[in-house]
Design a protein around this ligand. Structure first.
Ligand code: HEM
Length: 452
């Protein structure tokens, strides 16, 4: 069904991508109702699209709700890092990540985000009115920003890690819908398993090298370099208290997770916003006016970011229509009752954000249209106080740790582009969203820029 639905491009003004990206869920919801039980080989999975149930499930404490197992290639990409871990290990990892990406630290990251965006804009300087494929540009930008802020390195230094992660993600995509016998991929290996082993080993060696360099810096007393995310992970690795201690493999897995999660999703958010503002130029003008009121021609500052209300509405509406993470998963660890559902242990759960975000019963008959004004009185009012209806970053204890980091980066980058350019969607753009781990534009996003 997915192959058929994505075999041709869509009309550029159509944002109703749910039947294209998740045609099976779209058809089941219409046939069987909002919550559907399906099977992946021998493994049952409940797909939930009722916002009240979604909210309850996502609020449940980590002890009774874990993460389902993933295929061997996906595991090579993220290891036992924060996205896939559960129980006590998750609690330890989560504490460190929350500490590294919140409050004062986030504020201190703003100048580095501005500098990285300047490097990208410097490349665009001679664009004139020429076309730029922005998805690729935003991938480099987001890689640079996560490298600098989390690892104290640069895109160039982490380039091979990003390349290997990208190649692994292609293999995950290729094998995503295969149901395999247990043991395949571990005991019996095919070409993809062997290739993914090599990529995994490459990433492992590169991260170990980065860790050794960081340890040298910490030993030499360079305090600044020891308080970023990698510095905090290494501190936990050397902690004498076992309840805080992380093994070196945990450190490597969390680095992989943050390299992957920290650049893939943000570059997609920026690409889809630019695509939408390239069509809805009235909203582009409104956003530009706001940026000029708040920053004039100055670089963005952390104080001003919170005042970009219209831009916040545009970002939310983009995340509603084109959520980079289209689904979230859970595994029931202990029998749990939610509303009138009894969820037995070992049941997998899938929560497809896209189904909720594009449901006309929640958002009205214009659910498929780009209308940022829905969010003018905040998210709570847009969803009639039901947070389960809008979950681009998840909800509850496992809500995205990179949420504030993402919003800051998106607002900074968009402000700096709007200060310098007017833009429209290029006639060469082909509207072909695909689910490839995250929601990607299959043919890139070609934009025509005109300097102001
Ligand atoms: C547009 C950008 C992003 C989107 C749409 C997004 C989406 C999500 C979603 C939906 C979840 C929840 C998964 C769940 O409930 O199981 C999540 C978790 C997570 N995100 Fe993000 N994310 C984004 C950016 C980032 C960034 C920039 C980072 C790193 C700096 C990051 C790191 C993580 C991690 C580590 C988790 C796992 C948290 C946990 O399970 O405790 N994300 N993200």
């Amino acid at each position: 069904m997915i192959n058929k639905a994505t075999s041709s491009p869509m009309d550029v003004t159509s944002h109703y991508i749910f039947p294209r990206i998740q045609p099976h869920i779209h058809s089941w919801v219409h046939q069987y109702g909002k919550n559907i039980l399906c099977w992946h080989g021998p493994q049952p999975e409940l797909v939930i699209t009722e916002p009240e149930v979604v909210k309850e499930i996502m609020s449940i404490k980590e002890i009774s709700m874990g993460k389902p197992g993933v295929g061997p290639i996906y595991r090579k990409m993220l290891g036992g890092g924060l996205v896939l871990s559960q129980g006590d290990k998750w609690a330890k990892q989560r504490k460190i990540a929350t500490h590294a990406f919140n409050g004062e630290r986030l504020k201190n990251m703003v100048p580095a985000m501005v500098e990285s965006t300047k490097i990208m804009l410097e490349r665009w300087k001679d664009a004139g009115t020429k076309e730029i494929e922005v998805y690729n540009e935003f991938k480099i930008l987001a890689s640079e920003i996560i490298s600098r802020n989390a690892f104290g390195s640069s895109y160039e230094e982490g380039k091979q890690i990003f390349k290997n992660l990208w190649a692994l993600s292609l293999l995950v995509f290729k094998t995503a819908h295969k149901v395999r016998h247990p043991g395949f991929g571990i005991i019996f290996k095919d070409k993809d398993d062997i290739e993914s082993d090599k990529l995994q080993d490459g990433i492992h060696n590169l991260i170990m090298q980065m860790i050794r360099n960081k340890e040298k810096m910490i030993i030499s007393g360079d305090e600044d370099k020891s308080t970023d995310y990698l510095g905090l992970l290494l501190k936990a690795h050397h902690d004498s208290d076992d309840s805080y201690k992380l093994s070196i493999q945990d450190v490597i897995d969390d680095c992989k997770t943050f390299y992957a999660a920290g650049h893939a999703t943000i570059s997609l958010l920026l690409s889809w916003v630019t695509f939408l503002l390239g069509i809805h130029t009235e909203w582009q003008e409104a956003a530009r006016e706001e940026v000029q009121e708040v920053f004039g021609n100055q670089d963005p500052s952390s104080e001003g970011i919170a005042r970009l209300k219209k831009m916040g509405m545009i970002i939310n509406e983009t995340l509603r229509l084109y959520p980079p993470a289209t689904s979230t998963t859970r595994k029931v660890l202990k029998e749990t009752r939610v509303g009138n559902l009894v969820l037995p242990a070992n049941l997998n759960l899938q929560i497809p954000a896209l189904a909720l975000h594009q449901d006309p019963e929640i958002w009205g008959e214009d659910a498929h249209l780009f209308k940022p004004e829905r969010f003018s009185d905040g998210i709570a009012n847009a969803v009639n106080k039901n947070p389960g209806a809008f979950i681009p970053f998840g909800y509850g204890p496992r809500i995205c740790v990179g949420y504030n980091f993402t919003i800051n980066e998106a607002k900074i980058t968009l402000s700096m582009i709007l200060q310098r350019y007017r833009f429209t969607l290029s006639p060469n753009y082909v509207h072909a969203p695909v689910q490839h781990i995250s929601l990607r534009p299959n043919c890139g996003v070609q934009i025509m820029f005109q300097g102001l």
